[in-house]
Design a protein around this ligand. Structure first.
Ligand SMILES: C[S@@+](CC[C@H](N)C(=O)[O-])C[C@H]1O[C@@H](n2cnc3c(N)ncnc32)[C@H](O)[C@@H]1O
Length: 155
């Protein structure tokens, strides 16, 4: 799916994903001290907002402006001890200085060369010793899982 298709998907319904964070993101990040984070391919911001609720200052990057706008509205309704800045950009070309404590990439299901580019961009945004968390469907999801991409190039 390209950015226009994601925009259409996000525009078609109230929330595509949950208000609550992804369970694997929450479990892996729960014990980290809050700092500066990037949520690369943030969608409607469920993980970014949860991080900000725990005191993180988050840069939420996605190429769907519609998804990001929904996330911004959700965040505005809350008193968050941290912050979220919403950045509309392509994860495969977005650049950051190496200053962040945490980069989360959750379910950015792209063909291998694009996925590699995005993970490299995420890794490059980390300070030395920072944490990179990648959560994704693997190829077994096609036959044995639920949801997720149906294109084997993106698993
Ligand atoms: C399955 S959703 C996951 C959203 C979010 N990470 C979550 O877990 O709720 C995938 C997201 O990746 C975004 N995306 C896909 N390709 C992208 C790209 N090249 N650059 C930026 N965002 C991208 C889509 O717009 C969509 O919001």
């Amino acid at each position: 799916m390209d950015a226009d298709q994601w925009d259409a998907r996000y525009a078609a319904t109230d929330l595509v994903w949950s208000v609550t964070p992804n369970q694997f993101v929450a479990a892996e990040v729960a014990d980290l001290a809050p700092g500066s984070a990037v949520d690369l391919a943030a969608g409607e911001g469920r993980n970014a907002i949860w991080l900000a609720s725990r005191g993180w200052d988050v840069v939420a990057v996605d190429y769907s402006s519609v998804g990001l706008a929904k996330g911004r509205r959700l965040a505005e309704d809350q008193q968050l001890p941290g912050s979220v800045s919403w950045v509309c950009a392509d994860a495969t070309t977005w650049e950051s200085a190496p200053v962040h404590d945490l980069v989360v990439i959750a379910y950015l299901q792209l063909p291998a060369d694009e996925r590699r580019a995005a993970v490299r961009r995420g890794f490059a945004a980390l300070r030395p010793g920072g944490t990179l968390l990648v959560v994704a469907h693997d190829t077994t999801n096609l036959a044995e899982g639920t949801g997720g991409p149906q294109d084997p190039r993106c698993s």
